[in-house]
Design a protein around this ligand. Structure first.
Ligand code: DLZ
Length: 160
């Protein structure tokens, strides 16, 4: 049976919804700030580029990526917030702390999104090395913060 299909590719920026009246929360983890700062800038500038109003972008830092879930829950339960973008970077260390943090954040953000019925975007890098992270925070692999913002915008256009 044929069905209508909307292209959700994160790399296509055609036919994005109007976001001029949408409010965004951006949460930024302070850990690995040399990575999360450019990720944040990418997300922020991308929202502006696609029509968000500066005064409708609400920014809050949290200590580490683990705290993104709680921050996202606070943002998502605020009635004026339409979408939440979470920025973090968890670099693999000598122990498995990164696995625990990454799993907890991925699970936590999914739960928040479903509980509050709002897009909550996982803009968390999970690299093996700092260089891999920098490559994805404005380096040779682009800026995943830009992609996080575009993902949030696209999700605001998803409806049934
Ligand atoms: C503790 C910790 C470690 C070891 N590594 C990172 C990291 O690479 N990236 C990150 O965002 N946060 C890290 N944290 C901090 C935790 O996310 C969290 O802030 C603490 O465990 C306190 O809950």
């Amino acid at each position: 049976m044929a069905s209508e299909h909307k292209n959700l590719s994160v790399f296509s920026t055609e036919n994005l919804p109007d976001i001029s009246e949408k409010h965004f929360a951006i949460l930024v983890a302070e850990w690995n700030s040399e990575v999360t700062d450019p990720l944040f800038s990418g997300a922020y500038q991308t929202l502006l580029r696609f029509g968000a109003k500066e005064e409708f972008i609400h920014v809050q830092t949290v200590p580490g990526s683990y705290e993104l879930s709680y921050g996202a829950a606070l943002a998502a339960q605020a009635s004026h917030i339409d979408a939440v973008i979470c920025i973090g970077c968890v670099i693999q260390g000598e122990t498995r702390h990164n696995d625990y943090i990454n799993n907890a954040v991925a699970h936590g953000l999914t739960q928040v999104s479903i509980q509050y019925n709002k897009p909550v975007i996982f803009g968390v890098l999970t690299p093996n090395t700092l260089q891999q992270a920098l490559d994805r925070a404005g380096g040779k692999h682009g800026n995943k913060g830009d992609e996080a913002a575009i993902t949030a915008i696209k999700m605001l256009g998803v409806s049934f």
